[in-house]
Design a protein around this ligand. Structure first.
Ligand SMILES: Cc1cc2nc3c(=O)[nH]c(=O)nc-3n(C[C@H](O)[C@H](O)[C@H](O)COP(=O)(O)OP(=O)(O)OC[C@H]3O[C@@H](n4cnc5c(N)ncnc54)[C@H](O)[C@@H]3O)c2cc1C
Length: 390
């Protein structure tokens, strides 16, 4: 059961067809297997192959480079649907498409032609390698270092929490090319780094939720890479490349939040009409109705903010404030709705035989990834102060 998805009004028939085929795939091939895969923390190999066939690894890659060329709005609708069934699957896709967005927006034409077609088919899959053990929010404090050596660079350092780190083979890798630069971002660069000698996975990170998808620590030990893989062909533009990918990433996290908030609500609506106490369904007790009312309103507001940000992105407008608001609100909505779903399900919420325990484990990640919610609020406040100087 999904909510009414009223945000889809105005879609082209082609986009509607894509959404319909994704709905069918989710119901037939994904939903029946989610609980088992999630509890076993098993990578969904078969589903990833099916996602390749559906063209999802090229969802936002332009048609000229072999992708589906979907708008951020349609992409958000896809992610919302996937996350409502299994949030982890949307992670396999999202970090890959952020890597693609970095190449598409900040790469050279040669890099776009060399990489995007292979990203689009899923032949090469991967993600974004920014975070280090001592630097997450403060990305300019990273220590992974790339030193020029003839036509190559030699890279040393450690990245952590990297989604798709084990099963992926290629990453948009943020490094320092000049550690003494001031301002610090001028000394940062980004490479398209494929796995080969000198690049290894040191460990899989065990997590509370977001099971199935791999999160890993990556080690670069005298990893030699051609200067042709420096995104944009010039040093000092890495932070800009990362930020350009993260705008789409934040809209995606907002869409994932909507998917989780929706799943928590829809299962609560169903359960509340079936479970009886004191001779009537709990949905008829006012205390439960208050929860359902709040959960529904939160979801609707989260969706409106998410699609507002996606449409601004599609119009090519600066939308860091809109994407920040959507990411903040929708992720908090996912946390709040998953907790309320737990309360509505009573003791059964604590059972692994119901989905709500998974929503409760998965939702908090939305408040952390692609920039914590504290940082989103600071971005929003800065924009407001700029727009309305005293
Ligand atoms: C499951 C998972 C998957 C991930 N996938 C990836 C991935 O694929 N690629 C990748 O590069 N990273 C990934 N990350 C890392 C993620 O992006 C970081 O965890 C996140 O950016 C926060 O960084 P941190 O954990 O170092 O926290 P810190 O930066 O140490 O922050 C700790 C706390 O301090 C707050 N804080 C920090 N600075 C400020 C400030 N100036 N003002 C106010 N508050 C502040 C933060 O909001 C937070 O509450 C993933 C993380 C997880 C958990």
């Amino acid at each position: 059961m999904t909510d009414d998805n009223s945000a889809t009004s105005g879609l082209s028939p082609e986009d509607q067809m894509i959404l319909d085929s994704i709905d069918k795939w989710l119901e037939r091939e994904v939903r029946p297997h989610v609980r088992a895969l999630d509890h076993a923390d098993e990578y969904p190999i078969k589903m990833v192959e099916q996602m390749k066939e559906l063209g999802l690894f090229g969802a936002t890659i332009p048609v000229d480079y072999g992708g589906l060329g979907l708008s951020a709005t349609t992409y958000a609708m896809i992610i919302e649907r996937i996350a409502a069934v299994w949030m982890s699957l949307s992670g396999v896709l999202n970090s890959h498409l952020i890597m693609a967005a970095c190449v598409n927006r900040s790469g050279t034409e040669e890099q776009r032609s060399r990489f995007l077609p292979r990203f689009a088919t899923g032949e090469i899959r991967g993600g974004l390698a920014l975070t280090e053990p001592d630097a997450g929010t403060d990305l300019q404090a990273i220590r992974t270092r790339a030193v020029r050596d003839g036509d190559d660079y030699v890279i040393n350092g450690t990245k952590t929490w990297i989604t798709n780190g084990i099963y992926g083979s290629c990453f948009a890798l943020l490094v320092k090319t000049d550690p003494d630069a001031e301002p610090r971002h001028k000394g940062m660069s980004m490479f398209i780094a494929e796995k080969h000698e000198g690049f290894r996975v040191s460990r899989k990170i065990e997590k509370l939720g977001y099971k199935g998808v791999d999160s890993a620590e990556l080690i670069f030990d005298n990893y030699r890479i051609s200067a042709e893989n420096l995104i944009g062909g010039e040093e000092g533009r890495g932070m800009q490349a990362a930020l350009s990918g993260l705008e789409l990433g934040r809209i995606n996290i907002a869409a994932r939040g909507c998917g989780l908030a929706s799943a928590a609500l829809m299962e609560s609506l169903k359960y509340a009409q079936e479970r009886k106490t004191f001779g009537k369904p709990i949905a008829q007790h006012q205390a439960i109705q208050l929860k359902l009312g709040e959960m529904s309103t939160r979801l609707r507001a989260a969706k409106l903010l998410t699609y507002d940000a996606a449409r601004a992105y599609d119009r090519g407008e600066r939308c860091d404030m809109e994407a920040g608001m959507a990411k903040y609100f929708a992720s908090e909505a996912a946390v709040a709705n998953s907790l309320e779903a737990m309360r509505i399900h009573g003791g059964y919420s604590y059972s692994k035989e119901y989905n709500v325990e998974r929503y409760f484990r998965d939702a908090p990640l939305m408040c952390i990834g692609e920039g914590t919610n504290e940082i989103q609020l600071m971005i929003i406040a800065k924009q407001m102060l700029e727009r309305y100087p005293a």
